[in-house]
Design a protein around this ligand. Sequence first.
Ligand code: P6P
Length: 337
Amino acid sequence: MTRHLLEEQRAGRINADLRLLIEVVARACKSISIAVGKGALGGVLGDAGSDGEASINVQGEAQKKLDVLSNEILMEANAWGGHLAGLASEEMDHSVPISDAQPRGNYLLLFDPLDGSSNIDVNISVGTIFSVLRCPDGVTTPGDEHFLQPGTAQVAAGYCTYGPSTMLVLTIGHGTHAFTLDREIGSFVLTQRGMTIPEETREFAVNMSNQRFWEAPMQAYVGDLLQGREGPRGKDFNMRWVASMVADVHRILTRGGIFSYPLDSKCAAKGGKLRLMYEANPMSLLVEQAGGAASTGRQRMLEVRPTGLHQRVPVFLGSRAEVEAAVRYHHEHDSQE
Ligand code: P6P
């Protein structure tokens, strides 16, 4: 990965500070991979909290021990990196500015330290998602408001998936590339340059148990998928749902598909289920850089104007033609209202 990033730096597509920041995050992901890989042997499975009291995060979700540990690993790795002005995490109510005692840089790092963590205890792939923004000029102690930049402002985005192999998938705005962790030498090795999502797909990823709660356009869209070749889409579809966004998105980046977590009546009041700043935006940049598309169903994801650090949005992303089809169902529905 170091060689790849140095080549990007020589080509003028990245500066040393951002290169070194990405390398700090990658090293933290290696540490998380080791902790996740120990499973029950590491004494870090199960819920966080003590005396039988669950630890609840800002999302109102029970934290897993590995959620807390992963967050600590990323915080500690970046505290003395010297490339950041501030950090924000799914696991923390507010962003944290780099203190005066620590070296400061010009970037803002946002992350979901361990997404899909409900899958940890059943040994299913989980992952770390991260997004990098520039700290606004003249701001030395950034607050939450300085993180509220649209996805188009990201200078880098990536995830690390802790699966059968540990893979880090990264974009700095010039394609999406995959690196596989060689555990014997402890380095991420470039294993796929220029990931490309097929334009068309026959595979969709959604949690079907929410079907009765979906909005009408989503009901119509998925209903037509399920009719297969006898229906208006004229072809049969397959379904996958890991319930770990990193695993589902990695499959789509690798072989195509559409991933959706739409609005439903359970989460509509919150704006959706998935978080914009450190789930939807980084994943959307990776997908667009691989030739795919990403939308809320009603607008391009990367153009959403953030209003809150933990803001939630509906998500459609993946094979461009299929995302456009899903968006058409929403536009046709809305235009008839
Ligand atoms: P559900 C994991 O908690 C997560 O945030 C994403 O990784 C995943 O895609 C989604 O929620 C799964 O949600 O409702 O199917 O459990």
